[in-house]
Design a protein around this ligand. Structure first.
Ligand SMILES: [Zn+2]
Length: 121
């Protein structure tokens, strides 16, 4: 299972670094933290938690839901919004570059997820 929080993220900024131009963009609510600005550290529950994890340690459950393990959102860094390109204002070839960029990010993400789960390449 892939965990969105682990990134890497397809940000307009990173795209600009790679491709040398910035797509027209607007701000949207961060899809990773859904606008809260923080999320549970994925090191805690990346592999999923079960009722058992909580039953074995009631303090852990309390901490977990109190936000003790929360970190600033990895995607928006706590800003709660992220930039998203506006396809309607882009040419076809610009959109193609963006889609190519997304594919690269998806691949990086898949590899990173495998590595975090202990797979070797
Ligand atoms: Zn966020």
């Amino acid at each position: 299972m892939s965990d969105r929080r682990d990134g890497p993220f397809a940000t307009v900024e990173y795209f600009q670094d790679l491709y040398g131009w910035k797509p027209p963009s607007k701000f949207i609510v961060c899809p990773t933290c859904e606008g809260s600005g923080s999320h549970v550290n994925p090191d805690i529950d990346r592999n999923g938690l079960t009722r058992n994890d909580f039953d074995e340690d009631p303090f852990f459950e309390e901490d977990y839901f109190s936000g003790r393990f929360d970190v600033s959102c990895y995607e928006c860094n706590g800003v709660r919004v992220v930039e998203e390109p506006i396809f309607g204002l882009m040419t076809e070839s610009q959109i193609e570059e963006w889609l190519e960029y997304l594919e690269g990010i998806a691949q990086d993400r898949a590899e990173r997820n495998m590595m975090l789960r202990g797979y070797q390449f």
